[in-house]
Design a binder for this molecule. Sequence first.
Ligand SMILES: *Cc1c(COP(=O)(O)O)cnc(C)c1O
Length: 366
Amino acid sequence: MKSTYLEINLSNLKHNYNHIRSFLNPETKFLAVVKANGYGNGSREVSKCLSESGVDYFGVAYVREGVELRNQGIKKPILVFHPQLENLQELINYNLEPSIYSLNFFNNFLSILKSNNKKLYPIQINFNTGLNRLGFSEKHYNEVINKLNKNNSLVKLKGVYSHLASSDDLGEDHFNMSQITKFEKITGLIKPIFPNAIFHLLNTSGVMNYKNYQFDMVRAGISLYGYSNDNEIDKFLKPVLTLKTIISQIHKIKKGDSVGYNRSLIAKKNMSIATIPLGHSYGITRIYGNGKGYVYVKGKKAFVVGNVCMDMLMLDVSAIECKEGDEVVVVGENASAEALANSAGTISYELLTGLSDRITRRVIVG
Ligand SMILES: *Cc1c(COP(=O)(O)O)cnc(C)c1O
């Protein structure tokens, strides 16, 4: 029996990919988002499997993540959502597609291309339609289009995209539709001049909730890994990542005894407390402490008690018959990362991407 480990199930990944594809028009391209180490699932294994499964594009946040994919043998186009000025040379060396989001960035990138004697370098333009994070706003539309025209021997416009702020929230349908309308307007301006550019807007929840607006491509991340921000859809997805560990020790404590640092639990009754080798340095942060988070022991919920420590945490197993060495399931099938994250006020994205590489990984090839 191993102690703390992560299992990555690639047949579940393929299943999720095929399931998301079933929402798409046959001609819609698929960009797989593998930033943050493939949402904590391991970008190497995930990207290789998805590349073989037929995705068209990869998306990462930073240049370094794109370089890793290239070093792992990924040949497909890679879009970098948030490249930084300081690594544009590296971006070019590894043939990554920058997302151009500001005039300053655009100008700097054009000069790097000139000094490298590059021609028709593939780029994508990010338009801000309401998220107010990155991208060109309406007042710059014309300037961007002029720049693209003027530099059409230096750069090749591969894609044009925007990102929805609340695609998972149908209560924000009105706002979502206003973003979609703005993006349609951008499409109307640019498509006549650059008919081969790929237009894309939807992330996972966009695909699920706004599938009439696929444009030419969608960008899915979280659903590939088994979660969708929607319990009904989650039923058809399979978690790729399983996090398991074992019970190291069990203490029988008496009413009035305390547990953990700062004595944050004072027992109101006699209790059984199990310690497991998993703590905040593993990515199970202190927000899960003091009765918020839970894991499964013998199929039953065991709540985290006391403050989460760096390398371990304690569970209330008073109502569960268990012993030292027994298996503990933290995330996986019937142990939803989304539900665990929600119990502590966060989301599956944060829980999954926060899992540290202190945890041993085992890949199951399906
Ligand atoms: C992270 C990200 C995505 C993926 O979103 P999911 O909700 O995980 O599908 C898509 N597009 C952009 C620009 C992103 O930053």
